[in-house]
Design a protein around this ligand. Structure first.
Ligand SMILES: [Fe+2]
Ligand SMILES: [Fe+2]
Length: 149
C-alpha cells in the first residue's frame, strides 16, 4: 500500500490520545489513496468511509471535551467545523452506499484537504491550552463569568 502521508511531530497537538486519533485518520486517507485509480473501487471506498465516519465521530467528540476541559475559548467555533466535516464524510459514505457515482479523486481531495488542513491549522490552536490549562484558567473564568464570550 502506498503511504501517501505520514504523521510527524509537527502535527502534534500535545496530547498523545488525540495524536493517536489523528494518526488513525491519516491511515484512513492512506487506505483511500491507492483506490483512486482502481477499477470498481466502490466497495472498498465504502468500507474505508465507514471506518472514517465512525472514527471522526469519536475523535471530534473527545477533542471537543478536551478543549472545553482545558478552557479553550474558541471550542464552539471549532465544533462547528467538526460538525460540517462530519456531514461531508457522512454524505459521501451515504452516496456511495446508495450506489451514487462518486468521483474518487474529488472525494479524496475533499477529505484530505479538510482533515489535514484542520489538524495542522485549527487543531494546533488548542495545543497551548492543553499543555498549560492552569495558565488559561483565569481568563476562562472571566469569560464564563456572566460576560459575553
Ligand atoms: Fe482533530
Ligand atoms: Fe478538530
Amino acid at each position: 500500500m502506498t503511504t501517501f502521508i505520514r504523521w510527524s511531530e509537527d502535527m502534534s497537538v500535545g496530547a498523545p490520545d488525540l495524536d493517536a486519533h489523528h494518526r488513525m485518520i491519516i491511515d484512513c486517507l492512506n487506505a483511500l489513496h491507492p483506490l483512486l485509480g482502481a477499477p470498481d473501487p466502490e466497495d472498498r471506498i465504502s468500507e474505508v468511509l465507514r471506518r472514517l465516519e465512525e472514527f471522526v465521530l469519536i475523535h471530534f467528540s473527545e477533542e471537543e471535551q478536551a478543549m472545553r476541559k482545558a478552557g479553550y475559548p474558541d471550542w464552539r467555533q471549532h465544533k462547528t467545523q467538526h460538525d460540517a466535516m462530519y456531514d461531508v464524510v457522512y454524505n459521501l459514505k451515504s452516496d456511495i452506499e446508495h450506489g451514487r457515482t462518486v468521483d474518487a479523486r474529488h472525494l479524496f481531495d475533499l477529505i484530505y484537504d479538510w482533515l489535514i488542513r484542520h489538524i495542522l491549522g485549527e487543531d494546533k490552536k488548542y495545543r497551548p491550552f492543553l499543555e498549560h490549562p492552569e495558565a488559561q484558567a483565569d481568563s476562562t473564568w472571566h469569560r464564563g463569568n456572566g460576560r459575553p464570550v
